[in-house]
Design a protein around this ligand. Structure first.
Ligand code: NAP
Ligand code: MG
Length: 482
């Protein structure tokens, strides 16, 4: 059924006054899932003005009141899981199982950040003089913009918007144009829960027009963005010129390092899960598998065997374990990397093509691909592909494996598989990523710890954990003469 998508401004849903754009199901491109408004300049300004005027009252409400409203959102997520998962699969393509997993992880992020919002403590600090009492409190910033990506259109808003609102800010959300429906349903949970008008608004439309306005508008105090490094860097340049603070979660080229003494079965399982879940379109995906020479052939064989078991298909098909990539632009971009890989001299150990068999031809399907004999200078070893493609690289030693891991311009996540605690800890100490793992896949994470990258993968305070809410507040210091 085709949805007539809407904007949410000042507590009301509207079809908008501007042009509309189509969204298509990546498993069956002829299927239009809905049309969405391109928010006009006037609508952007109306949303920002509503956010600005809602701020005063919202920021003064006790956090426990905000928490009570969030508990209704959590109950709403619980009640509407199937609807949310179906919408997510229809527009993103991931399997229903992966959609349910994303909803559950968003739920956990929200739950944790609600708790953080109830513990927004300041500090009293002994004065250096007699008769002076001093302390600091954490205060919200004002209006904040959230620009979200299409690969985790539910989890990312949960992780960004909960701390922003719990701290007392008001929010304008712009979803990726490939996944507006998930964003609309997310915001509807807030509408149903009874959040006051203007506290959260929802504007669809292109990044270049609507997104651009939201990251430089005079009402906006902070921008939290997840997406590509190129767009993130551009946003930072423009926003910082206006003294708007930014939190950027961007690209990655994550490495899983397997040393010769590792549990190879566990390492192969981790590589395949992290490389192909969500068709490789998660920022924490393993895209480089760096293997110590003595076990290179053996591990490669196991990884190929496991990846062969993946069954690509429509995400609603219970048999499918890997869905399509999200849209024809992704197919084009990944297909280009498949050609680059082949012509650079890497060996195609599995897949290597756009999948066109039977019904797959209607959608955006890419074969799970493994390139072996990849050398560190090759483009497929260096650039983010953001698809179901794994590059397997041989390293002669732990030192070389660390060197290869760190020569990437990115630094989001990494893993090492080994039973040797000394070698594992050396990896942990020397690796240049925002988070890392020993004997766990590169994608493993929990909501109570910060999530963010270094180098070109991340900028500003990380999301989640205790830094999630820190980003959305500033310190006000008070001195009192007794
Ligand atoms: P993208 O093109 O950067 O888009 C991300 C968001 O930014 C979308 O909502 C997009 O809107 C908007 N946007 C585009 N241009 C803009 C501009 N000039 N000003 C303001 N907003 C703008 O990235 P994507 O194609 O959605 O996602 C893929 C990338 O995201 C990958 O590189 C991946 O690594 C990265 N990613 C990183 C993380 C992480 O946490 N590190 C998580 C997920 C994804 P439109 O959709 O309308 O263009
Ligand atoms: Mg894009």
């Amino acid at each position: 059924m085709e949805v007539t998508g809407r904007l949410y401004i000042d507590g009301s849903w509207t079809e908008g006054a501007g042009k509309r754009f189509e969204q298509r199901n990546p498993a069956r491109l002829p299927e239009v899932t809905g049309t969405w408004p391109e928010a006009t300049e006037a609508e952007v300004h109306k949303a920002l003005a509503a956010a600005e005027s809602a701020f005063r009252e919202w920021s003064r409400a006790p956090a426990v009141k905000r928490g009570d409203l969030f508990r209704k959102v959590l109950a709403g997520i619980d009640a509407r899981r199937d609807e949310l998962a179906a919408a997510l699969t229809a527009e993103n393509g991931k399997t229903l199982k992966d959609s349910h997993a994303e909803i559950q992880s968003g739920y956990r992020e929200m739950e944790f950040q609600v708790g953080e919002g109830l513990r927004l403590n300041g500090r009293t600090t002994p004065s250096i003089r007699e008769g002076i009492f001093s302390y600091d409190v954490r205060v919200p910033l004002g209006v904040v913009s959230v620009v979200s990506p299409w690969n985790f259109p539910f989890n990312v808003p949960c992780r960004k918007i909960t701390p922003a609102l719990m701290a007392g800010n008001t929010v304008v959300l712009k979803p990726a144009s490939l996944t507006p429906r998930t964003g609309e349903l997310f915001v509807d949970l807030f509408h149903e829960a009874g959040f006051p008008p203007g506290v959260i608004s929802f504007l669809t439309g292109s990044g270049r027009s609507v997104g651009s306005k939201l990251v430089t508008a005079s009402e906006v105090r902070a921008v939290s963005f997840t997406g590509s490094t190129e767009v993130g860097v551009g946003i930072h340049k423009r926003a910082s010129g206006q003294m708007i603070r930014t939190q950027l979660e961007m690209g990655g080229k994550n490495a899983l390092v397997v040393l010769a003494d590792a549990d190879l079965e566990a390492a192969a399982e981790a590589a395949v899960t992290a490389a192909y879940t969500c068709a490789g379109q998660w920022c924490t995906a393993t895209s480089r598998l760096i293997v110590e020479a003595p076990v290179y052939d053996q591990l490669l064989r196991r990884v190929v065997e496991k990846a062969k078991e993946l069954k690509i298909g429509d995400g609603t098909d219970p048999e499918a374990t890997m869905g399509p990539v999200c849209g024809s632009d992704q197919v084009e971009s990944i297909a280009r990397y498949l050609e680059i890989g082949k012509s650079s001299g890497a060996t195609v150990s599995l897949g290597g093509n756009v999948a066109k068999d039977g019904k797959l031809a209607e959608g955006c399907f890419i074969e799970p691909t493994i390139f072996s004999d990849v050398t560190r200078d090759m483009v497929i070893a260096r650039e983010e592909i953001f698809g179901p493609v794994l590059s397997v690289i041989k390293a002669e030693s732990l030192e070389e494996a660390i060197e290869i891991t760190n020569e990437s311009e990115y630094g989001l996540t990494s893993s090492v598989y080994t039973r040797d605690i000394e070698r594992a800890m050396r990896f942990v100490t020397e690796v240049e990523t925002g988070f890392t793992h020993i004997n766990l896949m590169t994608s493993y994470r929990e909501p109570q710890l910060p999530f963010g990258g270094v180098k070109m993968s991340g900028f500003g305070l990380p999301e989640a954990g205790s830094s999630g809410i820190e980003f959305f507040t500033e310190h006000k210091v008070v001195y009192i003469k007794q």
